[in-house]
Design a protein around this ligand. Sequence first.
Ligand SMILES: C[S@@+](CC[C@H](N)C(=O)[O-])C[C@H]1O[C@@H](n2cnc3c(N)ncnc32)[C@H](O)[C@@H]1O
Length: 250
Amino acid sequence: MPNLAAAPLWWHSFQFPDGTSVKGSKDTLKEAADWQLNQSWFQGQRVLDVGAWDGFYSFLAERYGAKEVIALDSYVWDTLGRKEGFLHAGRKFNTRVRAVHCRVVDIDAAVLGQFDRIIFAGVLYHMLDPFLALRKVVSVLRPGGEILVETHCEQLNDYPALKLFGRVQLGGDSGNFWGPNEKCVVEMLELVGCSAVKTLRLGSRLVIYAKQDRPASSRLHLDDHRQPLASRAALSPRPAIEKEQLRARI
Ligand SMILES: C[S@@+](CC[C@H](N)C(=O)[O-])C[C@H]1O[C@@H](n2cnc3c(N)ncnc32)[C@H](O)[C@@H]1O
């Protein structure tokens, strides 16, 4: 998390339909272009924006024709009590985006349903357990759906690696715990059943679009053995995809 004591009120920048605008800490208008977010990715889709904050990407998805958008957040909205930007922008856009107050680790397909598109931007490195967080997020991605993962990325070599920010903090922010390299993000995605379809390297940031195109690795159950079967299924609900693959084989 950035240093919020020093931050202005807004994290995201907006241009509203009534001609007014807001300059936040991030130039989100440029960032959305850098991420190559386009209308066709959202059109007609059910979208989840994980860690939505002021909601720029939720409202963009809605403007780009998403059929339903859920903005999910917890830390900034609840712990810091800073949801006024999201509410203000929502009024300006006369939005139907639904806000869900939920921690990533509490994401539950039985409550949220499944999504065609998920934006998981700027959140992975804040998670105490980034792999569990990614599993939770992907557990609500429908088979064939796509996720955009955006993260700080370390330039480590060769093997999939995750750097711990323990004594040395990233950007002076105690809420940053992990710096994955690109291979780490790609292979974590593969383990949860997603293949990278597009990768963008933007300085120290990484954007990966990935498609959920196979069952999660059966290796994941090796660490689920003390959980009841029901919660294992919640982390890896893959029967639909298995059925699809079976049909393809017949
Ligand atoms: C760096 S901001 C990214 C905001 C936005 N996604 C973007 O890319 O501009 C991280 C966001 O994740 C949210 N967040 C952090 N930890 C969370 C958690 N455990 N569960 C849900 N949201 C969390 C924060 O509240 C904040 O809105």
